[in-house]
Write a protein that binds this ligand. Structure first.
Ligand SMILES: Cc1cc2nc3c(=O)[nH]c(=O)nc-3n(C[C@H](O)[C@H](O)[C@H](O)COP(=O)(O)OP(=O)(O)OC[C@H]3O[C@@H](n4cnc5c(N)ncnc54)[C@H](O)[C@@H]3O)c2cc1C
Length: 389
């Protein structure tokens, strides 16, 4: 008997998993919350990836789409969605298999509570039940193998010290942009923008906002001496330029960008149309009144989906425990140097439930598409070679 696979999320990794199932002749269904595939990638569609086409197209995708883009050019998110992921979703092999506007609300092991049948064959043999939100109301579905590829981009972190919301943040959440903003319209971003975060997303936003003539950027960075994730002898030019530009901003090279390192947001309050932000800085508290707040403090996947399953999350990263241990044990923050981990590292105590893609890295920001495609190989390859399939 071939296990029916439920693939949660039609991002790049979910779609690659779908192709792997189709190639193996395995029954599968992809559930996608949005009205289109690659919804998260489209949400940051204006951003240019720092990895080139050759790293962004999986071998499987290339076999099915021999004319998929190649080469050293780095696509934007929109390019990736429209020139690769939409054509993958339209392949005959995936026809009728992707359910759009279908959000997976929760996954359970049918008839078993989280604490029951720990490590038994009975648990492994029970199918999964998925609760779905569909345009026609709630539904349930069953599957024998579940791949959670729902990403992280919909669950942003908050602004305050230690990762909790700053005082006043929840009341003003509608005034905060928590995704990478397109900045084509200079009027939209005129005035003072308070930008928080130091990762690649914040660096990209700083670079783009700095180009707008009537925008002043107050850039708040927690680390007193950020290295901007710079990788020695970086072979990815776009990534290297971004780190260099951020360092130049920190060195005061741009008159409309003020970088405050060693600082964090303490409190927010409304000030007419503007927001007054109290910062804790090395020199003491400081107030900034701003017109916009862009919070790019990272993302972490939605754990509520598998709350009733036996998933062992790392207490530090929120990634599945074995994978987290492997990643924390490997050297450095260069995403190109991530270890190949093997299927056993991707397993959870819950049999036949896997977290793949960006979500599998929890709070770690070194995930690359090619890592996700390798995870798909590992997991579906293991099922292909197992007698119980
Ligand atoms: C701005 C930015 C730039 C990046 N640049 C690069 C780069 O240059 N190179 C690189 O290799 N990687 C890059 N990454 C990292 C990573 O490759 C991407 O985040 C990638 O989109 C991850 O793919 P994914 O399939 O794991 O998840 P996602 O692309 O996040 O897809 C998840 C899908 O699941 C759907 N979904 C969510 N919840 C549910 C639910 N409950 N039920 C059903 N569907 C659901 C979403 O709508 C979405 O379509 C970047 C990430 C960001 C945010």
């Amino acid at each position: 008997m071939q296990r029916h696979v439920a693939i949660l999320g039609a991002g790049p990794v979910g779609l690659d998993a779908a192709l792997a199932c189709a190639d193996a002749g395995r029954p599968f269904t992809v559930y996608e919350a949005a009205g289109t595939v690659a919804a998260h990638v489209r949400a940051w569609g204006h951003v240019r990836l720092f990895t080139p086409w050759d790293l962004n197209v999986s071998d499987r995708m290339r076999t099915h789409l021999p004319n998929a883009p190649t080469g050293d050019d780095c696509p934007t998110g929109t390019d990736l969605a429209t020139r690769l992921l939409a054509p993958v979703a339209a392949l005959p092999a995936l026809e009728g298999r992707i359910r759009l506007r279908t959000r997976v609300v929760a996954v359970a092991r049918s008839g078993l509570l989280k604490h029951e049948q720990i490590g038994t064959e009975a648990r492994a043999a029970a199918p999964f039940t998925l609760l779905l939100d569909t345009p026609d109301g709630e539904e349930t579905a069953e599957a024998e193998l579940v791949l959670d590829c729902t990403g992280t981009y919909a669950v942003p972190n908050t602004l305050g010290s230690g990762g909790i919301p700053a005082r006043g943040e929840r009341a003003l959440t509608h005034r905060i942009t928590r995704t990478l903003p397109p900045v084509h319209d200079p009027d939209r971003w005129a005035g003072t923008v308070l930008l928080v975060g130091a990762g690649k997303s914040a660096q990209t936003a700083a670079r783009d906002l700095a180009a707008l003539p009537r925008t002043h950027v107050e850039w708040i960075v927690r680390n007193p001496a950020p290295d901007w994730g710079a990788v020695p002898d970086d072979t990815l030019p776009a990534r290297r330029h971004l780190a260099e530009t951020s360092q130049a901003f920190a060195d005061g090279a741009h008159e409309r960008v003020t970088v405050r390192t060693g600082a964090h947001v303490q409190a927010l309050s409304a000030d007419g149309d503007r927001v007054r932000v109290t910062l804790a800085t090395a020199g003491g508290p400081r107030a900034v009144v701003c017109d916009h707040i862009v919070a790019l403090t990272g993302y972490v996947g939605d754990a509520s989906l598998y709350r009733q399953l036996q998933v062992h999350e790392c207490y530090a990263t929120a990634a599945p425990m074995n994978l987290s241990a492997a990643l924390l044990g490997s050297a450095g923050g260069d995403c190109l140097a991530q270890p190949a981990v093997g299927v056993d590292t991707l397993r959870n105590p819950e049999p036949h439930f896997f977290i793949l893609g960006a979500k599998s890295y929890g709070r770690l920001s070194t995930f690359l598409l090619r890592t996700g495609y390798a995870q798909v190989d590992e997991v579906l390859g293991a099922y292909a070679s197992a007698a119980s399939g």
